[in-house]
Design a binder for this molecule. Sequence first.
Ligand code: ADP
Ligand code: MG
Length: 478
Amino acid sequence: MSVSARSRPLTVSNHFESLGLAPELVQVTQELGYQAPTDIQAAAIPALLAGRDLIGKSKTGSGKTAAFALPMLQRLDLGRRELQGLVLCPTRELSAQVRRDIRTLGRNLPGLTVLELVGGQPARGQREALARGAHLAVGTPGRVMDLLGSGALDTESLRILVLDEADRMLDMGFGPDVATVVRKLPVDRQTVLFSATLPDEIERMASAYQREAVRVSTETTGSSAPAIKEWKVLTPPDDRFEALVRVLACRPHESAIIFCNYKASVQQVTDRLQGAGVSADRLDGSLDQFHRDQVLSRFRADSVSRLVATDVAGRGIDVEGLDLVVNYELPQQPEIYVHRIGRTGRAEASGQAVSLAVGPQDARVASIEDLTGNRLSELRLDASGRSHRDLLKGLAGPAPMRSILISGGRKDKVRPGDIVGALTGDAGGLAGNAIGKIEVQDKLSYVAVQHDLAPMAAERLNRGRIKGKRYRATVIGR
Ligand code: ADP
Ligand code: MG
């Protein structure tokens, strides 16, 4: 398996229309800056538009979401507010991500509703939303199964089922739940299955759930320079943290995800970074959904920060412009390594992955190299002669942006432009360039503001109104 994200240079302007996509969808791909379909998109979209079942295998970051979402959106009957498509994903974070992507890709389709059906939050809101009616739903197998069982989820009009990251779903033990869900769906549906690997269990799943599926695999296309540079650093276990600091100091202005195998390591690394004044946050399974969302939104919005994560918590994170993945502890299974480093170098961006290995004989490095077919180059860190303390000091200091949490979102009809308006108007007084990324969720929004101006901006938001309504604004993070 190779982990390069792109296989061909982009020479054509935009070939999405030649795949048979409708103008309102082609337009979004242009607005998003997609210059051409990726290989998996070019292969999958025409087949899916034709209504075929499909089994697709391609690497992380190759654009699978748009590959299934664009045809699914095109095949929707928007006039019927009934559930026509269901996407199953292995984790809540992935579901949230896929739903966000589908909404973005469908933003020119008037009235489109896409629900999220995931665990970790009360089912009641989801049942109510289902009762009001929606076109599409994205969720995790357990919760979807429960909602089907209780009758809240009516699948009579369902025409498209997508199993995204099917291998991860099986790894996580969701096989039986998926089977229960599939049994309740109409048999004449279209079934789409995407997976990074195709072990026997996936093949069995495909033959059980699909009919004459088109097979698409974009693995073997000759690749140009890999988009992700992979390094290893040899360090005794006791010097791990020092090595991490030296790695981060090589690229002090870049965002990074630092993966650990254990929750305790996550806690320890985060504490030590924060203790030294370095902007860092932790993401592990012990955080509740609200705090996980908050950490992720802040990470997406603030331009320089480090996220320390376990695999379960970090899976499915998609952060635009993520520069660096550090494996603080190497995983036992090489497949997990591939998933971790797939967080960087998405699509056209390039990324770096640095793994801390305990020595030249680290067996985990060898099994990773066997799986990916790439050798990890050795990165030597001691060239600068600067002390560990100096390096840490250099990394410290606030991120240039800070996030403000606003207590209103899409359900309150708050849009990014309204937030910009409130911050820059007479009442707000901020210059447009002091405002960074804005993320509007259902009931909350996040806006990144230049670090030193954030407290004042929050105070003004608290005093003022957005579209005539008052909301609570809180500065989060350091
Ligand atoms: P996968 O599911 O295969 O891991 P995603 O669907 O999450 O990959 O896409 C990875 C990234 O690539 C996303 O940020 C997405 O916006 C971007 N992307 C998707 N299609 C294209 C394209 N045709 N051109 C450029 N970027 C793309
Ligand atoms: Mg995906």
